[in-house]
Design a protein around this ligand. Structure first.
Ligand code: HEM
Length: 68
């Protein structure tokens, strides 16, 4: 069981979900070359951070829904 502290009035899990949404949009914008940053951000960096954030967010969701 990971702690889910309240930050700025909302549980950490909510912030992780918002961060995941922002990273997904960023990944698509870089993939479609809409924003001008090196393409290696798409293939090397952002997707790994996105994957980690999504797995953590999903784990919290599972824990809240099924284990409480
Ligand atoms: C959530 C994960 C990802 C999303 C949403 C995503 C999204 C996209 C999008 C929208 C494009 C543009 C496609 C086009 O213009 O036709 C693209 C291109 C590309 N993506 Fe991703 N991508 C993701 C993960 C990855 C990963 C993990 C890799 C490889 C490590 C990767 C490698 C590429 C490459 C090589 C292209 C260029 C394809 C081309 O234009 O020839 N992507 N991606």
């Amino acid at each position: 069981m990971l702690p889910n502290p309240i930050l700025f009035g909302k549980p950490l899990n909510i912030w992780l979900g918002l961060l995941a949404l922002i990273l997904l949009i960023l990944q698509i914008l870089i993939g479609r070359r809409i924003i001008k940053v090196p393409f290696s951000y798409h293939t090397n960096i952002v997707w790994k951070i996105l994957l980690a954030v999504v797995l953590l967010h999903a784990y919290y969701g599972f824990e809240i829904y099924f284990l409480q």
